[in-house]
Design a protein around this ligand. Structure first.
Ligand SMILES: Nc1nc2c(ncn2[C@@H]2O[C@H](COP(=O)(O)OP(=O)(O)O)[C@@H](O)[C@H]2O)c(=O)[nH]1
Ligand SMILES: [Mg+2]
Length: 221
């Protein structure tokens, strides 16, 4: 047990060092980096596709897509006309900072304004691994149940923004938006909240306006 703990602490502290080094590199380059997290199928790739379509004429964007296997998400994103690189974690349930350092080297960071990372679909492990991002954003979808903030508190504590996706499906679920938001705000009072549908586009501009504003603020800083 104590050996297990020591190894876990060593892994996390090495990751923290790599994340700090990424953060410095991203700051110097003036690129706003966002780590997008959710359970599998909540809509990360769909949200990225629509975000790119909305913002690509206003900001220079690139994407790092993380997944256990395959290039499927990278292929979907590439069709929207921005540079993308895929990380395959080969079974690991999260991305680590050193993988972001390698993947980011494929871009000309100085030229970028917004770098979006799609993490592996999982509500637990990704929250434990700092990647050196400026903002963590999580997506919860209306088909996953409103009890998730209480069950996966770390993810909600760590995030700057919570997106509630698939609001087009609200009439067909028993999802209680007020209960989910109240529980999430108990964990994180400053959490920004964006209810939207990545499929129909409802509510989407409020989110992309906020994201664009954050990216511009980060560059000025
Ligand atoms: N009805 C509905 N379906 C959505 C929405 N966003 C994503 N989906 C669907 O949910 C499934 C998973 O989406 P995907 O973007 O691949 O999720 P990811 O695994 O988190 O990247 C796909 O079938 C999407 O078309 C939404 O806002 N409404
Ligand atoms: Mg995906």
């Amino acid at each position: 047990m104590s050996k297990e703990l020591t190894i876990e602490q060593a892994v996390l502290s090495e990751n923290a060092r790599n994340a700090e080094s990424n953060r410095g590199r991203f700051r110097r380059a003036g690129v706003h980096v966002v780590n997008l997290m959710s359970g599998a199928g909540a809509g990360k790739t769909t949200l990225l596709e629509r975000t790119i379509d909305k913002l690509k004429d206003r900001l220079r964007i690139a994407v790092i897509a993380g997944d256990l296997e395959t290039r499927r998400d990278a292929d979907r994103i590439e069709r929207h006309g921005v540079p993308v690189t895929q990380i395959n974690t080969k079974g690991a349930c999260h991305i680590e900072a050193h993988q972001i350092a390698d993947a980011a080297s494929e871009f000309d960071l100085e030229r970028l304004e917004l770098l979006l990372i799609e993490n592996v679909g999982n509500l637990v492990c990704p929250a434990e691994f700092d990647l050196g991002e400026a903002d963590k954003i999580m997506i919860l979808s209306t088909t996953e149940g409103h009890d998730k903030p209480g069950k996966y508190p770390l993810m909600f504590k760590e995030c700057r923004a919570l997106i509630l996706n698939k609001i087009d499906l609200l009439p067909y679920t028993n999802f209680d938006t007020n209960a989910a938001v109240a529980d999430a705000k108990l964990l994180n009072a400053k959490l920004e909240f964006f209810p939207l549908s990545a499929r129909t586009g409802e509510g989407f501009e409020v989110f992309t306006d906020w994201l664009e504003k954050r990216a511009r603020e980060a560059r000025r800083a």
